[in-house]
Design a protein around this ligand. Sequence first.
Ligand code: MTE
Length: 313
Amino acid sequence: MARWRPDILESETTPEALWLRRRDFLMLGAAGALSLAWPERTAAAAAPSGAALPIARRAELAGGEASTPWDDVTSYNNFYEFGTDKSDPVQRAGSLRPRPWTVTIDGEVKKPLTLDIDALIKRFPLEERVYRMRCVEAWSMVIPWVGFPLGDLLRQVEPTSKAKFVAFQTLLDPAQLPGQRRAVLDWPYVEGLRIDEATHPLTLLAVGLYGRVLPGQNGAPLRLVVPWKYGFKGVKSIVRITLTEKQPPTSWSRLAPSEYGFYGNVDPAVDHPRWSQARERRIGEFLKRKTLPFNGYGEVASLYAGLDPRKLY
Ligand code: MTE
């Protein structure tokens, strides 16, 4: 593979047609490719690294399953701001500077907030939450996140009665996120939740994993974790959280509205137009297993009472 040169667009070095075909193979249609291409091992350390975080509480919410090894969690990633291959983020995330970092919470709130990331983290007791995580590409992991409930933060800014949705935005800075020089997605990466989803106690803002600060490739210094939704909802390296009255746009549904919906709820009965969601492969396992409704977090079902499951994708 050619070495990454942040000053050169990949589309300049690869014939356009090839580039587009390769792109199609990735996030947009990787199911077939996945069975052929097993995750490439990279130089990531086998043991957790980074500064240790003070953890006040722990909750094991993955049915007692062993966590996916650190090595896999931190070297097999989707983070298109570093490239579209699974091994790109671990190799390139060194250009991201997660400190100093400022996060703004604004929009339909009575007390908007702009805060340094470390001051933000100090406001909340950190929890370790072990969650199953399911990617729409039909692979999955079990990850011991460290973070705090997004709802705790939202309560502090006091949403107005007009706050119906929560919009999230990743940092926009091609110097730190060189993939933003290519028009793979509309940058910055944006995501959204309904306010009741955002304040559900399972919804986390993660600042670490395996007890350590989040590595760049996993979305340092702050990323969203919603365990009953497909991984693409888990927006990384967040700089802004805006409460809105109207449903906000989301990066993947803007790119391919027929393939990615606003909700992104895991549902084995609702296939992606191009591949089945019935089964998944846990990274590190050989045989596929059945995918569970809401990724096994059925307690959220009441949030969607009366809604057509096909609209919930
Ligand atoms: N956030 C940003 N900013 N950019 C991305 O490309 N990819 C999403 C999501 N968040 C992505 C992102 C997708 S498709 C997935 S599956 C998860 O991050 C992957 O998270 P992980 O690499 O920590 O497993």
